[in-house]
Design a binder for this molecule. Structure first.
Ligand code: SF4
Length: 376
């Protein structure tokens, strides 16, 4: 496209966006902290879930300082059910990093934003453009599709896409007086919304598209090939066996390592069922490996299926008692705490952040589902 064509395409896109802005609550936000939280929460989470959860989160943590001072367990509990818990941990770390360096608000430049934990090129571009009016691209999956088609890009690397987005931003900013904020924030959001509502993956609505007259893929008949589809990998499935170990009216829980999947959340001990192993054998082995405690199984709960983004699990949960008292981890004393392992009362379960699959187990426990559920 020529500079004039970029300008014209950007103008048509912005005109469309002005009358088709999606009704997303955080679109009206102007505070950089809130825009950042919204952007992070909206990644890999359905919009409706974000709509439901965002107000509560921002009420609990209304400012950068409040997030920096958050208790980590309470923060993870506030994030429970949103998945990808690394996002919550990184929000916390980044807020602390800013506050500890005497900052009171997020930096406005992409290069500085990218130094903060959990802020990649998309989030940095989104915060810089939307919150601070910087002329920066923010290319998510929807924008990637629109840009690939609009410019008919056969191999759309992120560098190429961002260059094309910059050209559109320059077109949108043509004629702006130098002191005015860039229109990049609007343009980035317009690209995302167009990709979500019109330029959809399988049946794009080219006949109603505001930039059809600029679209090279439409002109050349390559829309269906842009962007190239990534081959789908089969989603692996794992059987996981866990034990709900009871002693003196308490349940045993442990915290997952800080880094990695579901890091920092609490769980019942257990692990993957290895080939040739039954879930019963697996859970007894895993509990010894993880805790040193020897248990016997006294009942089973209903199976729980759960899908993560890259794999699925079936959770086999068992009620268990201590088989060999000498192996019991120090318990039920005043602190109830040995490192990242605790014996807690059933009514205390709500105070801990658990992965959704564990929460499903607990729901079954509370509703009385599952066989041979002994009293605690
Ligand atoms: Fe997408 Fe069609 Fe619009 Fe091109 S004309 S941007 S392919 S909807």
């Amino acid at each position: 496209m020529t500079d004039g064509a970029d300008q014209s395409a950007a103008a048509d896109l912005l005109k469309w966006f002005a009358s088709h802005t999606r009704d997303i609550p955080w679109r009206s936000e102007t505070d950089s902290y809130r825009i950042w939280v919204c952007e992070v929460m909206a990644q890999q989470t359905r919009i409706q879930t974000v709509r439901d959860r965002l107000p509560g989160f921002l009420t609990t943590y209304p400012t950068l300082e409040s997030l920096a001072n958050a208790d980590r367990d309470e923060l993870l509990r506030a994030w429970e059910g949103l998945g990808y818990y690394a996002r919550a941990r990184n929000l916390h770390r980044a807020a602390r990093q800013i506050v500890e360096s005497s900052g009171t608000r997020l930096p406005s430049e992409v290069a500085e934003l990218r130094l903060l934990p959990g802020i990649g090129r998309y989030t940095a571009g989104a915060v810089a453009s939307i919150a601070f009016g910087r002329p920066e691209p923010a290319v998510d999956g929807n924008a990637r599709r629109v840009l690939s088609r609009l410019f008919d890009i056969e191999r759309p690397t992120m560098a190429i896409l961002e260059d094309r987005a910059r050209e559109l931003i320059a077109g949108a900013d043509t004629g702006l007086d130098g002191d005015r904020p860039s229109r990049a924030g609007l343009l980035n959001q317009a690209l995302m919304d167009l990709g979500g509502a019109v330029c959809t993956p399988r049946s794009p609505g080219c006949d109603t598209c505001p930039i059809e007259s600029h679209c090279l893929a439409f002109e050349r008949g390559t829309v269906a090939e842009r962007p190239p589809r990534k081959p789908r990998k089969p989603i692996p499935h794992h059987d996981i066996a866990v034990a709900m170990i009871r002693l003196n009216g308490r349940l045993f829980i442990q915290r997952r390592p800080e880094e990695g999947l579901l890091g920092g959340l609490w769980e019942f001990p257990g692990g993957k069922v290895e080939p040739g192993e039954s879930p019963e054998q697996a859970v007894i082995r895993e509990v010894v490996e993880e805790t040193g405690m020897h248990i016997r199984l006294v009942g089973a709960l209903d199976l729980v299926d759960h899908a993560y983004s890259h794999f699925r699990i079936t959770l086999h949960a068992f009620h268990a008692e201590i088989e060999t008292p000498s192996t019991v981890i120090e318990l039920c004393d005043e602190s109830q705490t040995v490192g990242s392992k605790r014996w807690i009362l059933p009514e205390e379960l709500d105070a801990y952040a658990f992965p959704t699959a564990n929460r499903k187990l607990l729901a079954g426990l509370v509703s009385g589902a599952g066989a041979a559920s002994p009293e605690v």
